[in-house]
Write a protein that binds this ligand. Structure first.
Ligand SMILES: [Zn+2]
Length: 210
């Protein structure tokens, strides 16, 4: 029995996507049902589809791109923490967890239970407020993961939160479904594609209790 918990969003036609970003689309360009020798799909997608990573280049010109990510940024121990605030991840609540340099931190919020049941984009997801982003950057953690399609808010703190975190050399995982994960210590494996020059990449992410 596998004790890995898959925290990845299924990638499929019609799935939720960021407003204005290209929709995910898969179609068969060869299909055995039509007599072709094999079935072969073409996919169209944004680099920020579903569960995915942000490279520093996403909000910082000239900064690192996906293929430059140190592989241990997303493989190794990770701590899942619970933030109860229904609006935003704010500094005072986050400070209670005393983040340590080098940690991989995944933040579970009410997003995990609510947001992934719908294919419609909800502007009012829980995001990392700018003051909490500053705390994350000060603590020099290694990697931050969230259960929303963006670390920043739709209506506020979009640019500032991204720039603060990415500017501190912290790698970002977005779009995690942590609904089946209790807060605690885990082993994380999250592998984005080695997309040269890309500001992001879809990723597969799994957790195992330690
Ligand atoms: Zn992104």
């Amino acid at each position: 029995v596998s004790n890995w918990i898959d925290v990845t969003l299924p990638v499929r036609n019609g799935m939720v996507h960021w407003p204005g970003d290209p929709e995910y689309k898969i179609r068969q360009v060869l299909d055995q049902r039509n007599g072709d020798i094999c079935t072969l799909s073409h996919i169209d997608l944004s680099a920020h589809t579903g569960t995915h990573m942000d490279a520093p280049r996403h909000f910082l010109q000239g900064a690192a791109t996906m293929e430059q990510m140190p592989i241990d940024a997303t493989i190794g121990p990770a701590r899942v923490i619970w933030i109860s605030d229904p609006l935003a991840i704010c500094r005072p609540e986050l400070e209670q967890y005393d983040l340590q340099p080098g940690e991989r931190i995944l933040i579970k919020t009410q997003n995990s239970a609510k947001r992934w049941n719908s294919d419609d984009f909800d502007e009012d997801y829980i995001f990392i407020a700018a003051d909490a982003a500053a705390y994350i950057a000060e603590r020099r953690i290694r990697t931050i993961g969230v259960d929303a399609l963006s670390v920043g808010g739709f209506k506020q703190d979009m640019v500032e939160t991204h720039q603060t975190i990415l500017g501190a050399d912290i790698w970002i995982i977005e779009g995690l479904n942590l609904s089946a994960v209790e807060p605690g210590d885990y082993e994380l494996v999250c592998l984005p594609l080695k997309l040269v020059g890309s500001d992001g990449s879809p990723a597969r992410a799994v957790l195992r209790k330690i």
